[in-house]
Design a protein around this ligand. Structure first.
Ligand SMILES: [Zn+2]
Length: 498
């Protein structure tokens, strides 16, 4: 089966063929490091992780770059206010970003170029544009001459003429030096006396954001360009449009990008994330107990998130929730969805545990037979769904169908050793993508929330002893929502899951 991706440039699903048969070159626009990354950013990063893992599952090697934008207006301003150099100011945010990625089990990529370390490549690209008449200098700035690129608008499908209107009234005061309001800055002369600057043939300054990505792609991948360029839909215009303009005008004979993949936004409880709505979350708000406690106390999140953290299920649930919606659909992050994700993992993990126990208890069979056809079928469906523009919802449906059939066979006691082993192998394969399961045999009666539930039961008994019956009832209800039933005996309180 061929792999197909929806190319934003042509707006069609195309058969995917990398320039080299067994290695895929990918470039993804990365973070600007003046703060911690919010939940919406991770939608893009998790999508890219899915893409990587899928391509590897399909036998490709990977050569993937995610840039770090470590020079731009907010960084310059905030670093100055903090009395730090750009490097000092950005270092903790870069470290935090990498830590966040590891928390969600996002794979390390092959290159992480940084803007401040790629200036020579940017100057070289600018030099070519200047030479070809695609760039001009004005008052210490260098601009891309948009009118010199007749293909401009090819990705966002915006007519250059319409752009003039869109740009009117939006250009900044320091950009009156432009020939045309649509032109964008490649190089910016220092606007303050304190900002860090780099030397260039057009005078001291710093690079524009768009230039960065074009230059890094050229520097890392040369004339071959990349097979896949990813980013959020919000980057399509003007950022990616400008990347294409720069790269294609500087190197008209070379390939820049094979296919453009754009992921949709993340919503929180059906609304766009915004600070004024109180639904704006950093990943750290869910990662760190003190931050989680704070958003619960502010009434912005339910106590559920504390339970998930306490029971070590938060990272998996977040990862599952972020990966589980097709990348071209808006992802609605809800706390019910988060609980649902944790439950889904638990349900599948329960089957894995069941299979593992049988596999350990029974001696391995000599000359194991073929996998039952329903297992083979599920694996084929899973891969075929991902082949079709990473249709994760359909792929997950195949996993749940497999789960159901395996459990039915186990209940009837007729799965057989081949079924048990191939079932485990199928889940291992699925986990190469999802990475949320454990294949270590857990205790038979282990409950992932055991400690958290014990703590609640103790708190309830304390509340009763203090005659705080309102709190005691509240806890009983909370536990009931988790499917936990309490039984008070003369000496202790027992609990069980339904
Ligand atoms: Zn970019």
């Amino acid at each position: 089966m061929a792999i197909r991706f929806f190319n934003s440039l042509t707006e069609t699903k195309e058969v995917f063929e990398p320039a080299e048969p067994d290695r895929v070159r990918i470039y993804s626009c990365g973070p600007t490091v003046y703060n911690y990354n919010h939940l919406g950013n991770f939608r893009a990063y998790v999508f890219v992780d899915l893409l990587r893992r899928f391509l590897r599952l399909r036998g490709f090697g990977l050569d993937h770059s995610v840039n770090i934008t470590d020079v731009e207006d907010k960084i310059i301003e905030n670093a100055h206010r903090a009395g730090l150099s750009i490097e000092e100011f950005t270092a903790p945010y870069i470290e935090a970003f990498l830590e966040d990625l590891r928390y969600l089990k996002l794979e390390e990529v092959e290159h992480r170029p940084r803007a401040t370390r790629s200036i020579p490549a940017m100057i070289e690209l600018m030099g070519r544009l200047h030479q070809n008449g695609h760039a001009y200098q004005s008052q210490g700035n260098v601009y891309f001459r948009l009118a010199s690129d007749p293909g401009y608008g090819r990705l966002s499908h915006i007519e250059p003429a319409a752009l003039r209107q869109a740009a009117d009234g939006r250009f900044e005061a320091d950009e009156y030096s432009k020939e045309d309001v649509r032109d964008f800055a490649l190089w910016k002369a220092p606007a303050t006396d304190y900002e860090q600057r780099w030397e260039s043939p057009w005078g001291p300054g710093r690079p524009g954001w768009h230039l960065e990505c074009s230059a890094m792609i050229r520097q890392i991948y040369g004339a071959a360009g990349v097979d896949i360029h990813t980013g959020g839909v919000d980057l399509m215009f003007p950022h990616h449009e400008n990347e294409i303009a720069q790269s294609c005008c500087a190197y008209p004979d070379d390939r820049f990008v094979g296919v453009w993949l754009h992921n949709e936004h993340l919503l929180v409880e059906g609304k766009k994330m915004s600070k004024s709505l109180g639904n704006y979350f950093m990943l750290r708000d869910f990662m760190e107990p003190e931050r989680a406690r704070a958003i619960v106390d502010q009434g912005r999140a339910p106590a559920l998130i504390l339970d998930l953290l306490a029971s070590d299920r938060m990272a998996g649930a977040l990862r599952y929730l972020l990966i589980g919606t097709h990348y071209r659909q808006k992802l609605n992050f809800t706390f019910d969805g988060l609980q649902g994700a944790a439950n889904a993992i638990e349900r599948l993990q329960g089957t894995i545990d069941r299979l593992l126990r049988i596999a350990t208890e029974t001696a391995p069979l000599e000359g194991q037979g073929p996998a039952p056809s329903f297992v083979k079928g599920a694996i084929e469906e899973f891969t075929a769904a991902l082949d079709d523009d990473l249709n994760i919802s359909k792929a997950l449906a195949a996993v749940f169908e497999l789960n159901r059939t395996l459990n039915q066979a186990l209940d009837r006691n007729d799965l057989g050793a081949d079924g048990v082993h191939s079932g485990i192998e199928a889940f291992r394969m699925v986990n190469q993508i999802l990475d949320v399961f454990s294949f270590e045999l857990r205790e038979v009666n282990s409950d992932p929330e055991h400690d958290a539930i014990d703590a609640l039961v103790t708190e309830r008994n304390q509340a009763r002893a203090n005659r705080d019956f309102a709190r005691a009832d509240e806890i009983r209800n909370l536990l009931r929502q988790k499917g936990v039933t309490l039984e008070d005996t003369a000496t202790e309180t027992l609990w069980r899951r339904d």
